[in-house]
Ligand binder design. Structure first.
Ligand code: MN
Length: 228
């Protein structure tokens, strides 16, 4: 089974189970794991959820709602993302993972959806963690749509959970928006030129028991095995 590096997170269990169910071997990193070690051993990188990316990293002062991630996590994940992208290591990024990936590669974030997006939907539905919160509209020609296929209503719509107050604003060069919520909030991006480079704003890992989004992990791990 391909080794999948999983970035440090306060709630790792669902990420690890999701990787296992899709027949990958997860390894939880620490902030002290050498980046070169990750790159030499792992066949895929899973970027997990968590607190906010320091807005200074994309040239902004912090909004009043800023809640930083663990000390050192921004720097660790940014270096890791850049190295993984350079090496074309398969990457799957979730929630904060999508945000830190976008910042690492030159993009920016909406710092606070409720106060900065007109007509914003509720993107903060904490419990249960698999509660469906809003729909997303998926680009039909995307890798995301190809992976979700039978899970899409009308070929391009599905319901997702949601626990975030930030989102991608300016998308990093080489990446494309592949899903949005009806209020315009970006819910997925991908880099078509890479072997597998997919990021989603919702939490597919919370569905490992019932399997609604297992195809995303299976696609990621197929790429990690060298099959995609
Ligand atoms: Mn959302």
């Amino acid at each position: 089974m391909p080794l999948i590096a999983v970035t440090p997170c306060r709630t790792l269990t669902d990420y690890l189970e999701s990787v296992r169910r899709a027949k990958g071997e997860p390894e939880a990193l620490t902030l002290e794991t050498p980046i070169a070690d990750v790159l030499s051993r792992a066949r895929g990188l899973l970027l997990t959820g968590g607190g906010d990316v320091d807005p200074a990293l994309y040239g902004e002062a912090p909004h009043a709602t800023f809640e930083p991630a663990e000390p050192g996590r921004d720097a660790f994940e940014i270096e890791l993302v850049r190295a993984a992208v350079d090496a074309d290591l398969p990457i799957f990024a979730i929630c904060r993972g999508m945000q830190v990936l976008n910042v690492a590669l030159g993009g920016t974030l909406v710092q606070d959806i409720p106060s900065m997006v007109n007509g914003a939907l509720t993107h903060q539905v904490p419990e249960p963690r698999y509660a469906l919160a809003h729909e997303v509209w998926v680009t039909k020609t995307s890798r995301l749509a190809a992976l979700l296929k039978d899970g899409l209503e009308g070929g391009d719509t599905c319901q997702v959970n949601s626990r975030h107050h930030q989102a991608v604003k300016d998308v990093a060069p080489g990446w494309e928006v592949t899903a949005t919520a009806p209020d315009g909030v970006i819910e997925a991006i991908e880099a078509p030129s890479k072997r597998f480079a997919l990021a989603v704003q919702w939490h597919p890992e919370n569905f490992w028991r019932t399997g609604e989004f297992r195809s995303l992990f299976e696609g990621f791990i197929a790429a990690a095995r060298g099959e995609a």
